[in-house]
Design a protein around this ligand. Structure first.
Ligand SMILES: Cc1cc2nc3c(=O)[nH]c(=O)nc-3n(C[C@H](O)[C@H](O)[C@H](O)COP(=O)(O)OP(=O)(O)OC[C@H]3O[C@@H](n4cnc5c(N)ncnc54)[C@H](O)[C@@H]3O)c2cc1C
Length: 397
C-alpha cells in the first residue's frame, strides 16, 4: 500500500465537473489531488454534446447557475490561456446562438410563454417572425409556427475543455492520477472522512468531493453515504458531411418538456446543428434503463424523424455514426452541490443530468466558495445535499 502526501482536497472523477472543480480549487490556492478510475472525460463528458444553453431552462435555480456559468464561459478562454502551455488546443467556445422552433399550433403558446418568463431573469429571448426565422436559418422547414432566438446559447468542445481544466489545475499545483478506482473511505472515529483508498494507494485530504457523474450513487455508497443519482441514457446521430449548413443550435420546443420529464420511458427531442467538419449532429433521446448500452434503435429513429421535420434536407442524409452516454439524472432535476450532511468532510458535485458541460464552471466556483468560505456566486441552498433527506427505502440505497 502506497501512502501519498496529504492534500487539501481530493476530487474523485475527472469528467468535466471534477476537472472544473480541480481548476477552481487550485486557483483558490488549495492543494488538490484528482483520482480517476479510467482517463479524463472517459465517462459522460466524452459522450454527449457541448451545448451551453439558457434557452432550455425555466426560471429557477438551474437557470441562475446557468446564467452565472454562461458569463464565466465567455471569459474562460482568456483565463485558461494564462495557465495552459503554449499550443494547447482551443476549447472551441462559440456563442453561436440558439433558435427554438415550434412546428405545431399547440406548440406556439408554451414556447412564447417560456421566453416571456425567462426575459426578466437576464435571458435574451427574441421572438422572431416567420421571415426572420428563415433568414436566420435558410434550410428550416417553412411549416414552423413560431420561433425564438437565444443569442446567449453557446457551445464548447467538452473533452478539450475537460483536459484544459485539468492541465490548468496541474499548472497551479494539482496532481492528477488516472487508472485508479476509488474503492472506499478512510474515516476518523467521529465518521469524518479523512481520505480514500484505491487498490494500491491511500490518499488523505481535508475534504473529498465526489464528481462521478452517473456513477456517483455507487461511489457515495462505497464511501459510506447515499445519493439518488441515476443514469439517464441519451443517443446522438452524426451524418456524413453535408453541403447545407445549420447556423445556430436549432431545436424543437418539445425539448424543454423532455428535459423536465420524470418519465422513465423514451423521451426524444431534436437539437440539430452543423459541426465545423460539415457533419450534422442530431441529439438526443432520454431513457432510464440503467447502464444498458445496447443499440437504441427506437431512440435513434425518433430523433431522426423529428430532425427531418425541422430540416427536410436531412431526409437524404446518411448517418455516419451513433453514440451516446448516461446523463447523471436527479429526481428533482437539480444538481447536488455542497457538503454531505451524513459524513463530515464529504462533498458532492454531481447530478447535472443533461446540463453538466454548461454548468461545470458555475458548479466549480460554487463548491470552491463554500469550501473556502468566501461569498458564493449564487444562492447555494437549492443545490444543497441536505435537501435530499434520507433514502426512503432500502431500494433507494
Ligand atoms: C447524449 C448526451 C448529450 C449531452 N449533451 C449535453 C450538452 O449539450 N450540454 C451539457 O451541458 N451537457 C450535456 N450532457 C450532459 C453532460 O455530458 C453531463 O452532465 C456531464 O458530462 C457530467 O459530467 P461529470 O463530470 O459529472 O460526469 P462524467 O463525465 O461521467 O465523469 C465522472 C467520472 O468519474 C469517474 N469515476 C466513476 N467512478 C469512479 C471511482 N470509483 N473512482 C474514480 N473515478 C470514478 C468516471 O470514470 C468518470 O470519468 C449530455 C449527456 C449525454 C449523455
Amino acid at each position: 500500500m502506497i501512502f501519498t502526501p496529504s492534500s487539501d482536497a481530493i476530487v474523485v472523477g475527472a469528467g468535466i465537473i471534477g476537472a472544473a472543480c480541480a481548476y477552481a480549487l487550485s486557483r483558490a490556492g488549495m492543494s488538490v489531488t484528482v483520482i480517476e478510475a479510467r482517463s479524463a472525460a472517459s465517462g459522460t463528458s466524452g459522450q454527449g454534446e457541448g451545448n451551453i444553453l439558457l434557452s432550455d431552462k425555466e426560471p429557477g435555480p438551474e437557470l441562475s447557475l446557468g446564467l452565472y456559468s454562461s458569463d464565466r464561459w465567455e471569459r474562460i478562454t482568456d483565463e485558461l490561456r494564462e495557465h495552459l502551455p503554449r499550443g494547447f488546443p482551443s476549447i472551441e467556445y462559440d456563442r453561436k446562438g440558439g433558435l427554438v422552433v415550434a412546428t405545431t399550433d399547440a406548440g406556439v403558446k408554451p414556447l412564447l410563454d417560456l421566453a416571456r418568463t425567462q426575459r426578466p431573469t437576464g435571458v435574451t429571448a427574441v421572438e422572431v417572425d416567420h421571415a426572420e426565422a428563415l433568414r436566420l436559418e435558410p434550410q428550416l422547414n417553412p411549416v414552423i409556427t413560431a420561433a425564438v432566438h437565444y443569442p446567449q446559447d453557446a457551445q464548447v468542445q467538452p473533452v478539450i475543455a475537460t483536459e484544459a481544466f485539468l492541465a490548468a489545475a496541474r499548472r497551479l499545483g494539482a496532481r492528477t492520477i488516472f487508472g485508479e478506482e476509488v474503492l472506499d473511505a478512510i474515516t476518523a472515529p467521529d465518521r469524518r472522512i479523512t481520505g480514500v483508498r484505491t487498490l494500491h494507494s491511500r490518499f488523505s485530504a481535508g475534504v473529498v468531493i465526489i464528481a462521478c457523474g452517473p456513477w456517483s450513487a455507487q461511489v457515495a455508497e462505497d464511501l459510506g453515504s447515499w445519493l439518488p443519482v441515476r443514469p439517464r441514457r441519451g443517443v446522438l446521430l452524426v451524418t456524413t458531411p453535408m453541403p447545407q449548413t445549420i447556423v445556430h443550435k436549432v431545436y424543437d420546443a418539445d425539448y424543454v418538456a423532455a428535459v423536465g420529464s420524470d418519465d422513465e420511458g423514451l423521451q426524444t427531442s431534436s437539437v440539430i446543428e452543423s459541426t465545423a467538419a460539415g457533419t450534422v449532429l442530431i441529439g438526443s433521446s432520454r431513457r432510464q434503463s440503467g447502464f444498458d448500452q445496447s443499440l437504441d434503435l427506437a431512440g435513434a429513429r425518433e430523433i431522426a424523424r423529428k430532425a427531418i421535420t425541422i430540416f427536410p434536407f436531412l431526409a437524404t442524409a446518411s448517418v455516419m455514426r451513433t453514440y451516446g452516454g448516461f446523463r447523471p439524472f436527479m429526481p428533482d432535476h437539480l444538481p447536488v452541490i455542497g457538503p454531505d450532511p451524513r459524513m463530515p468532510g464529504l462533498w458532492h458535485a454531481t447530478g447535472h443530468e443533461g446540463a453538466g458541460i454548461g454548468l461545470s464552471i458555475g458548479t466549480a466556483d460554487l463548491i470552491t466558495s463554500l469550501i473556502t468560505e468566501t461569498p458564493p456566486p449564487v444562492d447555494p441552498a437549492p443545490y444543497a445535499p441536505s435537501r435530499l433527506g434520507e433514502p426512503a427505502s432500502v431500494g433507494d440505497r
